[in-house]
Design a binder for this molecule. Structure first.
Ligand code: BTN
Length: 318
């Protein structure tokens, strides 16, 4: 894939939004856009500010991992939310924070699916679901093809789906990740969330480190040609703005239902590992707190953190 040398050219404010994206700060390079935004948040930066960078030298992933951010090839940005006072405090009247990351997954999957040309998984509740059939069985292909390095056949652009908690997948491989980090500031009562989103947009296989090549994919590789980053950025922020407005009103039911539809392993076997747990079972739901509900041989278990791998490993442990 050809490297795009043109720097991101973003508007100073995202059009058509109420709150998110009303101020967009572009920096050619940052340590991490989440870290950059956190520094601004502590000094009182207004809610809705977005920081986007063309490259990150210390991009952060979930569970303390690094996030590989190839210069000029992806979208690496963070959105500042101020969802209320500290958790459990007098000002904490907001819905659960876990919902924010689910919301970001939905916003990202919808925008990425459109940019890739395959839309989104529409109904992931099992191999026999009407929606999977309507997608020409492609949702099924995506699940079983996890980790596959083969390019999708021509004319079979896979739809975007979500793997809990919020990895956006195309063709079973990771296209985007989301990391929400929170703190307080400038005052002790002023909670902020830096909602960081990283999207592999124009990478070719060689633009990923070797150990990621079988697991990661760019939108361009799926689409079969370069993808302009700016319209993708704008549509994602617009999606997020709409969902966040509903979240603030406590009207997140529709978003949760959409998440369930987009989840590529809903109704299917998974293995959950990490944070001291390892168990296999069948995904049955996601809760309003963002927990994954898995039906195991010993009853329903709820995952709050950790990794999901698709398939049944027979783990029953703690
Ligand atoms: C994951 O591990 O899946 C989450 C990856 C999140 C990466 C994004 S890129 C923009 C923002 N800045 C960071 O340092 N991380 C997030």
């Amino acid at each position: 894939m050809k490297h795009l040398s043109k720097p991101l050219s973003l508007p100073g404010a995202v059009p058509g939004t109420e709150l998110l994206g009303r101020s967009v700060i572009y920096v050619p390079a940052a340590d991490s856009t989440n870290a950059y935004l956190a520094r601004l948040a502590r000094k009182g930066q207004e809610e809705g500010t977005v920081v986007a960078a063309d490259s990150q030298w210390a991009g952060r992933g979930r569970r303390g991992r690094n996030w590989h951010s190839a210069p000029g090839l992806g979208l690496w940005f963070s959105v500042l939310l101020r969802p209320g006072g500290p958790p459990g405090g007098a000002l904490d009247t907001s819905p659960p924070l876990g919902l924010i990351t689910l919301m970001a997954g939905v916003a990202a999957a919808e925008a990425i699916g459109a940019a890739a040309g395959g839309g989104t998984v529409s109904g992931g509740s099992g191999a026999g679901s009407a929606a999977a059939a309507a997608a020409g069985g492609r949702a099924q292909t995506m699940v079983s093809g996890a980790g596959d390095t083969a390019a999708p056949p021509v004319g079979a652009t896979p739809p975007a789906g979500i793997k809990w908690p919020n990895d956006v997948l195309l063709g079973g491989r990771k296209t985007a990740g989301i990391l929400a980090e929170s703190g307080t500031g400038p005052g002790r009562e002023q909670r902020w969330v830096a909602l960081g989103i990283g999207i592999n947009v124009n990478h070719g296989p060689k633009d990923f480190p070797e150990d990621l090549r079988s697991k990661a994919v760019s939108i361009a590789a799926i689409r079969g040609g370069p993808v302009p980053r700016e319209p993708l950025f704008i549509s994602l922020i617009q999606n997020l703005d709409r969902l966040y407005a509903l979240w603030r009103q406590g009207r997140h039911g529709t978003m949760l239902n959409r998440w369930r539809e987009l989840c590529v392993h809903m109704g299917r076997p998974v293995t959950v590992t990490g944070s001291g747990v390892a168990f296999s079972g069948r995904t049955i739901d996601v809760t309003a707190e963002g927990l994954l509900a898995v039906e195991t041989d010993s009853g329903v278990r709820y995952a709050a953190a950790g990794e999901v791998s698709l398939g049944w490993d027979g783990c029953t442990g703690p």
